[in-house]
Write a protein that binds this ligand. Structure first.
Ligand code: GCW
Length: 720
């Protein structure tokens, strides 16, 4: 092609609105393609022809660069004006607004706080302008991304009057990345941290990672696996961590490290890591001071202690509070925090693992230092496709508590299943604990409504790796995205978030957005249906957790097997957690307990989580439990078939590369869904001894076939 033709082609590509070339997903939701709607684009241009953005800190520069990049992509080049009076868009912190300060209502500055922002249309018709302001540069950064989102999702700019601020303080991605770049439970390639090339080489990907996080309000990254290697605390690695911290700082992201409780022994050569030993305390104080020497705004530590073989304070006869407080004391002078995980279970197999975290932490309420926050998984077992909310939510009124969710799909089909997790997050966040009376929902507790003195937060186990599209599945990006949005405001709906994400990631065309939104919203329930319907849980295959393994019965611990959880026998199936069983329900408020304990009110979704029932138990539908379960398994697999058909109808709205990627992944998902269905139905049939009801296709193989399948090299089993 001659040069003029290349240029013409490029212009056509840019201004047709929809990219005609393939996309690989690298741009995530930060795609700044031209606004297709001509009227809207003209409106945007009329406002934004000139923008005023005074120069300032590195953070302001990052915001300004993003705004310029975004606007020039969305509406074409804009010019920067030297005067606020001239400009259609004025972006500046309140103290730099000059005469325009008068336009900021008195209560606004207070309301938006240190991380929020205000977006407001001011002035008379003909002289309208948009004001984007904040108390801090960080607020400006978040406001910039928010403003770009308005354009990306084709919202009208007519009369903006928006005040936004995050509802939780610590909004953090937890990377389970090892120093050798394997990622525990990672399904999107290797760790994006290239330790070997750090600190000298700053991969541009680090900056794109930071931009993506800032765009949804994420303000922290734990760089390494909670099954922590002590190597991370050596000077060689601290220098590398510093390089990442420096790269992320303009984007408002602080870094944190997971630490191994026995570091003073393994790294420091001490003969104990007893948290009450003054020599141990001193060791940690020195280590913390050393870290702050490299990284002055270091965020703090994440700790997995006395859980799954990890050392901890109990190793020395001390409590979780003793351990956490010792680290907290070392971090406090620097304003660092300790995120102490409640995912604990000791070496004695309990009558019910679901009870253990509560049993260990409830007695410690109020004993933790102010800069300790207890990190509680959304459910009491382990990120299963469905769990009731964790009984610790609301049970620690005097202790900061943050929620941990898993973005990486360890139990939700790795990176081959399209599962939008925001409905799962909503389900937990919107649950009413009744611990502080009606409407004391998990989200209200996390936002600190009942104890404003406490620090607050949310953590998501990252699903990010070296795959070109970051998350392994184009739709898995939505889980990263929605986590950020929910950590900013835990009350947002999965539907609204999906709407924004689809528009930004694919197209604003409603013929695509509406059907795919419905599919996304259904996708998690579909997966529950073909994996763990009616409250079943932890029936995946052992170790690798890939595919079904309800027959797993021989592991080092009983509570690592599947049979421990489903308890199927010829009499019935399910874990009795009522007072006639493990009585786990006693850990919840009386209202929650009553609802789940009573078979009349216990939702089908949680039935076998809380009850052991006969195969002939009569369900609300009139079917027997066996028939109902089979129905869910088949409906789940069928729903993937429907999703495949739907996706095929949407080809014309999606670029060819991502269309094909999703199409192929859906085909894999279908095969795997059928395998889950057939393996589970055949296995449970050995107990129910009832036929698969007429009308359902017969499994292709017998049970022994499914049991014999081996998957060596399944991803996600990273080792240090
Ligand atoms: O879900 C389980 C995983 C482990 C993980 C553990 C945890 C990091 O299978 O791989 O370890 O949870 O959350 O600590």
């Amino acid at each position: 092609m001659k040069r003029p033709f290349i240029a013409l082609f490029a212009i056509a590509v840019c201004w047709l609105g929809q990219p005609v070339f393939a996309e690989n997903g690298y741009d995530l939701w930060l795609r700044y393609y031209p606004v297709k709607d001509r009227v809207l684009r003209a409106q945007y241009r009329s406002y934004l022809r000139e923008i005023y953005f005074p120069v300032g800190s590195d953070r302001l520069k990052a915001a300004q660069t993003e705004l310029t990049r975004g606007l020039s992509g969305l509406i074409g080049p804009v010019s920067q004006s030297g005067s606020a009076a001239q400009s259609g868009l004025v972006v500046a912190t309140i103290d730099k607004l000059g005469a325009l300060q008068r336009s900021v209502p008195q209560d606004a500055a207070k309301e938006i706080g240190t991380e929020g922002f205000m977006l407001k249309t001011i002035g008379q018709a003909g002289h309208r302008k948009i004001l984007l302001t904040a108390n801090t540069d960080k607020g400006i950064l978040y406001g910039t991304f928010y403003f770009l989102r308005l354009l990306q999702t084709n919202r009208k700019l007519g009369a903006l009057d928006i005040r936004e601020h995050p509802k939780t303080m610590f909004r953090i991605l937890d990377h389970w990345d090892n120093p050798n770049r394997t990622v525990e439970r990672g399904y999107a390639g290797f760790s994006i941290w290239n330790w070997h090339k750090l600190p000298g080489y700053i991969d541009p990907r680090y900056l794109d990672y930071a931009r993506a996080n800032a765009s949804v309000g994420i303000n922290g990254s734990v760089l390494n696996n909670v099954n922590a290697s002590v190597q991370m605390l050596t000077p060689a690695y601290l220098i590398k961590a510093k390089a990442l911290a420096d790269a992320f700082r303009p984007y408002g992201i602080r870094i944190y490290l997971s630490v191994k409780f026995s570091s003073p022994v393994e790294l420091g050569g001490l003969n104990t890591a007893d948290p009450l030993d003054p020599v141990v305390m001193k060791w940690w104080k020195n280590k913390v001071n050393e870290i702050y020497g490299y990284i002055p705004d270091f965020g703090g530590f994440l700790v997995k202690a006395n859980s799954e073989g990890q050392p901890g304070p109990q190793t020395y006869g001390r409590s979780h509070a003793d351990g956490a407080n010792m680290l907290a004391d070392a971090l406090a002078p620097h304003k660092g925090i300790v995120m102490w995980r409640a995912f604990v279970y000791d070496d004695k197999v309990p009558d019910d693992r679901a009870k253990q975290a509560y049993n260990e932490f409830k007695p410690l309420d109020g004993l933790f230092k102010d800069n300790v926050i207890i990190q509680v998984k959304n459910g009491p077992i382990d990120f299963q496709p469905r769990e009731p909310f964790h009984p610790l939510f609301g049970a620690l009124p005097h202790t900061p508590v943050m929620m941990e969710v898993q973005l990486t799909q360890e139990y939700l089909g790795f990176s081959t299943h399209l599962v939008y997790e925001a409905p799962l997050f909503n389900e937990c966040l919107n649950s009413d604990t009744y611990m502080m009376g009606k409407n004391s929902t998990v989200s209200a507790i996390l936002e600190g409504k009942y104890n404003p003195r406490l620090i607050t937060g949310m953590a998501g186990v990252a699903n990010i790796g070296t795959d070109i599209n970051w998350c392994g599945h184009p739709f898995a990006q939505a889980n990263w995205y929605s986590f950020g949005r929910l950590s900013w405001d835990p009350q947002q709906s999965a539907s609204d978030i999906a709407d924004d994400w689809l528009r930004m990631t694919f197209t604003n065309d409603l013929r695509f957005v509406e059907p795919m939104k419905q599919e996304m919203l259904r996708s998690r329930e579909n997966t529950v249906n073909y994996m763990t319907p009616l409250g079943l849980h932890h029936i995946m295959s052992a170790n690798g957790h890939y595919g079904p393994g309800p027959w797993t019965d021989n592991m080092a611990r009983a509570d690592w097997t599947a049979v421990y959880y489903h308890k199927a026998d010829t009499g019935g199936i399910g874990f009795d957690r009522t007072r006639s069983g493990s009585n786990t329900l006693a850990q919840y408020s009386p209202q929650v307990r009553a609802r789940f304990e009573n078979l009349e009110t216990c939702p089908d979704e949680y039935l076998l989580w809380f009850h052991h029932l006969s195969w002939r138990y009569k369900m609300r539908s009139g079917k027997t439990l066996w028939q109902e379960m089979v129905g869910h398994y088949y409906a789940g697999a069928d729903s993937v078939k429907q999703l495949q058909r739907r996706w095929d109808t949407l080809q014309s709205y999606v670029d060819s590369e991502r269309f094909l990627a999703v199409k192929q992944l859906l085909a894999i998902q279908y095969e795997e869904a059928v395998r889950w269905r057939d393996a589970c139905v055949l296995y449970f049939q050995t107990f129910s001894q009832m036929p698969i009801p007429p009308g359902y296709e017969k499994p292709e193989h017998d049970l022994n076939y499914y049991k014999s399948l081996k998957f060596p090299g399944v991803p996600g089993q990273g080792i240090n």
